[in-house]
Structure formats: structure tokens, C-alpha cells
Ligand binder design. Sequence first.
Ligand SMILES: *[C@@H]1O[C@H](CO)[C@@H](O)[C@H](O)[C@H]1NC(C)=O
Ligand SMILES: *[C@@H]1O[C@H](CO)[C@@H](O)[C@H](O)[C@H]1NC(C)=O
Ligand SMILES: *[C@@H]1O[C@H](CO)[C@@H](O)[C@H](O)[C@H]1NC(C)=O
Ligand SMILES: *[C@@H]1O[C@H](CO)[C@@H](O)[C@H](O)[C@H]1NC(C)=O
Ligand SMILES: *[C@@H]1O[C@H](CO)[C@@H](O)[C@H](O)[C@H]1NC(C)=O
Ligand SMILES: *[C@@H]1O[C@H](CO)[C@@H](O)[C@H](O)[C@H]1NC(C)=O
Ligand SMILES: *[C@@H]1O[C@H](CO)[C@@H](O)[C@H](O)[C@H]1NC(C)=O
Ligand SMILES: *[C@@H]1O[C@H](CO)[C@@H](O)[C@H](O)[C@H]1NC(C)=O
Length: 514
Amino acid sequence: MGFSKPLATLLVALASLATANSTNCILWNSCNITGPIGSVPGECGKMLVPLDYTNPNSTQRLEIEILRIPATKQPKKGSIFLNFGGPGASGIEDFATFIEEIKAATGGYHDLVNVIPRGTNNTMPFSCYTSQASRYVGEKPLATNASDVALAEVWAQSSIFVSACETLQNDTGRLIGTAFTARDTMQVVEALEEDKMLRYWGFSYGTLLGATLVAMFPDKIDKIVLDGVVNPFEYYQNTESERMASVDDVIRGFASGCVAAPTACPLAQNMTSTQLEESLYISLEQLKQSPIPLPDIATLGGGTLIDYSTFKSYIVSMLDFPQLWPEMAQTLAGLSSPASNPPPARTADAEALWGIKCSDVLTHAGSAIELLPVIQARRSLSRFEGDATDNLLFRCAQWKMPAKERYSGDWNVKTKNPILIVNNRYDPVTPLVSAKNVSDTFQGSVLLEQVSYGHDSMQQGSLCTAKAIRAYFTNGELPKNGTVCDDLKVKLFSGKTGWDEVIQELNADPVNLG
Ligand SMILES: *[C@@H]1O[C@H](CO)[C@@H](O)[C@H](O)[C@H]1NC(C)=O
Ligand SMILES: *[C@@H]1O[C@H](CO)[C@@H](O)[C@H](O)[C@H]1NC(C)=O
Ligand SMILES: *[C@@H]1O[C@H](CO)[C@@H](O)[C@H](O)[C@H]1NC(C)=O
Ligand SMILES: *[C@@H]1O[C@H](CO)[C@@H](O)[C@H](O)[C@H]1NC(C)=O
Ligand SMILES: *[C@@H]1O[C@H](CO)[C@@H](O)[C@H](O)[C@H]1NC(C)=O
Ligand SMILES: *[C@@H]1O[C@H](CO)[C@@H](O)[C@H](O)[C@H]1NC(C)=O
Ligand SMILES: *[C@@H]1O[C@H](CO)[C@@H](O)[C@H](O)[C@H]1NC(C)=O
Ligand SMILES: *[C@@H]1O[C@H](CO)[C@@H](O)[C@H](O)[C@H]1NC(C)=O
């Protein structure tokens, strides 16, 4: 431990430096922001923020990381913050992946900023396993209606997970909730020394962070887009059932898209879309009795068992991305031939989803029975996914590390400026009904509906939506409330998002600064 003393001295020095200055500063360096399809040049920043906002006397500081991609056009307008969802995702890869779409849809006059949330990447990464092998066992999907005993098993398995998280993360588990991340975001807004107002575009969980920002800092809101909206009441109460509302419509869309494009979709054969849809449910019931073994010595566990739960969980995970539906159809059609899916690589923040979401929830339960009303609501809203993801409820219900600060207000807020809410009609994770709920809740907010599939407006490009978002950020113009954007350029099973065309048209028709 020879280094610990100088390091401690340095940390204290840094901390007193940070408290001495009235505004914290961000240290920026140029860097490349890397995603799965390449790198984007940008800036990486570091900044010290209070470690624990509920303890104002403490001088302990946390170093957070910030990514920025500079505006391409002049005159520059204020920064726009982005959060691509999760919770538990750093956003680094999505920032790199969607940068061209975001630039085009915001007009290019704004610096784009991504604050890496607590719990993710290098900022107090949250993990509940000590090896990839134990993660493989602990994360094996099990649907609560897979058998008569599955529900009780998922509940008990969830309690093992919760204990493991408490053992490994007891020092940081109460410090990574959404309220603290919201405060970190506002620290960055202050440090940028612009107008000290928040401009923000959040997707999925990013809408929950966005709604929390709105509720906690209504006077600091300049422009906010919530895209793919989470019902914040249900999220914080651990009663999430509404999210199931559109799943079965998406399954129906998958089936009809498949039948309309049989060359891209080997599942179609000669079926009607109703027959194809029904065949998915029949296959599921058959898998309960006859799971398919796929031996593969190169895989953890020596192979994969395709059973009811893994089959559901695979399809559910692919519904978000219509661009990948041809690939999913190939996989489903080839199930009898051995295929190896390597387990996801281990990352230091692999369990951040639970660390953040579960520390946010305001209610806990002593048994699965107490959650039966929510479980039944989920099943009645979605035949397909209703029973597949209850471990989210169960883990959070038993969570042992509540966040030191949780937003518990009534959401009844009027922002300084109206916010723009965007939602797909067929979103498998965040249904339109949740967007309506939030639009009802935030006074003056305007709702735009995009007629498309997938999870949030990035998955299928709409010129109409992109222009509305651009006009809002650049000129503060809101679309008419209830605008429906039904102008997709690509069909399902084309394997495309349609954004290439949308970006071209946006660039050919630049916005006039008002
Ligand atoms: C970013 O990547 C480019 C191309 O690989 C390289 O030339 C450049 O030095 C990198 N910049 C930084 C700051 O690492
Ligand atoms: C912070 O310090 C002040 C002044 O010493 C004290 O009155 C207050 O109780 C302290 N607050 C907490 C939360 O410890
Ligand atoms: C942080 O994100 C980068 C980019 O995705 C990745 O290469 C790195 O491994 C991550 N670090 C941790 C600790 O997760
Ligand atoms: C649960 O499983 C049983 C037995 O397979 C089935 O009959 C029933 O429809 C399923 N219920 C739901 C809500 O999926
Ligand atoms: C975690 O910390 C709390 C106090 O903050 C303590 O009561 C609890 O026993 C600790 N749990 C474990 C597993 O160490
Ligand atoms: C589809 O129908 C055609 C004509 O009835 C038949 O020739 C073909 O074998 C069928 N294909 C499949 C995959 O069932
Ligand atoms: C929003 O959803 C919550 C939780 O389901 C519900 O209690 C509330 O009444 C809804 N609000 C509106 C305005 O629909
Ligand atoms: C927009 O419409 C939604 C219903 O979809 C409503 O809740 C909201 O209050 C309306 N906003 C305005 C500004 O009228």
C-alpha cells in the first residue's frame, strides 16, 4: 500500500481545489469516441462533483466523465445533453453510433454532450458477480410462467442476486441513483458557463432521467425532448406493467412484415401473418415440453438450451431493433442447426441496470404474492412478454441499498418552457400510452407520435419527426400537439433504418435560424 498515502493527499488536494472555486471546471482533452461501427473525434472531459449530495458538509468528491462533440455550424447555440437510455448504459457506444442522426436532427448549431452516468463505465462501475461463469448462471433467463414452480424460483433467485450485489457494492450502491445523476448533469450545465439552462434529448431510461430533471429543476429547463417514454410513476413505484402495452402489436407487426417480405424472412413460408403469429405462440408452448439442446463445447456450460424462457427472452431483446428482424428470422428459422451465441463479454458495469433502477424504487415487498396484481397486469397486457421479465420487479422489490436521494414528488410540474414528447406507435418497451401519461402530467408539453416500430425514434428514421425536433432545438418552435408523423422511407425487413435518406433530405433543406 506504498501509494496510498500520496494518493490520499492528492485526492484531498483536488477536493479542496474543487470546493475553493465557486464554479467547478471541466478539464477537456481531445479524444476519439468509439462505438461498434467506428470512432468519432470529440472531447473527453473530467469534472469533480460531490460524491454524496445528501451530505453537504462532506468534501468527498467523485470524478465524472463527460463526452462532447462540437457543433459544426455557426453561430453556436447552447449545448444539448443526451442520454441514450439503460439504465446502466454509459451511452459511449450509442453516442458514436447515432452521432450523424443526432447532428442532422438537431441542426448542427449545438455542442452535443453526454454525461457518463454513475454506476457505468469508469464512474463507480456496478457489478454483482466475481466471474463471468457465475454471471452466466445468475443471469439465465427464467419466465415466471415457464412452469408451475418458476414464479417461486425467480423470486428466490432474485434474492440471491440482491445479496450478491449488497456484498460486493455496499460502499457505492446508495450513490448511483437517478437523482444524483440528475444533480451531476446540472453541475455540468453550470460548469459550461453558457446560459445555465438545460437542453436535453433523452431516450428510453433517458426519458426517466429527463422527467426527473424536469421535476427537480423546473426553472432550469430550456428545451427537453423525451423520446420513447417511461411511465415515471410506475418506474419509481416498482409497478411497471404499462410497458407491456404494445408488445403484442409489435409481434403482430413482425409477423405481417415477415409475410410481406418472404425472401428476407424464411419464417414466412406459405403462412398468413395470423398463422405465423400463432405459430410463435405454439412454438413457445411446445418448448415448455421439448426444449432444444444445442451442444457446443466452446460455450460456457458446454452448450445452449433453447427453452421457453430463452426463446422468449431472445425475441424480446430483438423487438427493439426492426433493422435486425431479418437476422432474427434467420436465427429462428435455423434453430435446429447448432449455433453458438457467446455469452456477452464481462464488463465492470454489467449489473448497473439493477444498481440504478432498484436503488431508485420507493416500495419494497416481502414476497412474490404482494406483487401479484402487477404480475397479472403484465400478463393481461402482453401474451408474449407478460411473464418474461418479472425478475426486474422481483430484484427491485428485495433491494437492500436504496439510493440516498430518490425523487418522490408528484410530477405535477409546469416547466419554464414547454417540453416535446416523441413516441413510436409500436414501441415494444415504451408504449405510446406512457408518452400520453407524461404529456398529461407535464403542463404545456406537446406530444408527437411517429408511426414506426422499434424502441425510440432512432430505430426508424422519419423526416417529419427529425424536422420537428430540429425546429424545436434551433428555433423553439413546437409542432402542433398530437402531430402524427407517418412518412417512413423503408419497409420492415428491408434491414434498413431509413436514416440515410432522412439525413440527406435534412441537409438539403437546412433550417433557417429564427
Ligand atoms: C483519433 O483517431 C485518429 C485516426 O485513428 C488518430 O489519427 C488520432 O490521433 C486520434 N485522436 C486522439 C485524440 O486519440
Ligand atoms: C453541517 O455542518 C454544520 C455546521 O458545522 C452543522 O450545523 C450541520 O448539522 C452539519 N450537517 C450535517 C448534515 O452534518
Ligand atoms: C468504458 O467504455 C469504453 C468504450 O466503450 C470501453 O472500451 C471500456 O472498456 C469501458 N470501461 C469500463 C470500465 O467499462
Ligand atoms: C401460463 O402457462 C400455462 C401452461 O402452459 C398456459 O395455459 C397459460 O395460458 C399461460 N398463461 C399466460 C398468462 O401466459
Ligand atoms: C451494508 O452496509 C449497511 C450499512 O450501511 C450495513 O447495515 C449492512 O450490514 C451492510 N451489508 C453487507 C452485506 O455488508
Ligand atoms: C408454398 O406453396 C407452393 C404452392 O402451393 C408450394 O409449391 C411450396 O412447396 C410451398 N412452400 C412451402 C415452404 O411450404
Ligand atoms: C399515469 O400513470 C400512473 C401510474 O399508472 C397513474 O396513476 C396516473 O393516473 C396516470 N396519469 C395520467 C395523467 O394518466
Ligand atoms: C397535448 O395532448 C395531450 C394528450 O395527448 C395532453 O395531455 C396535453 O395536455 C396536450 N398539451 C397541450 C399543450 O395542450
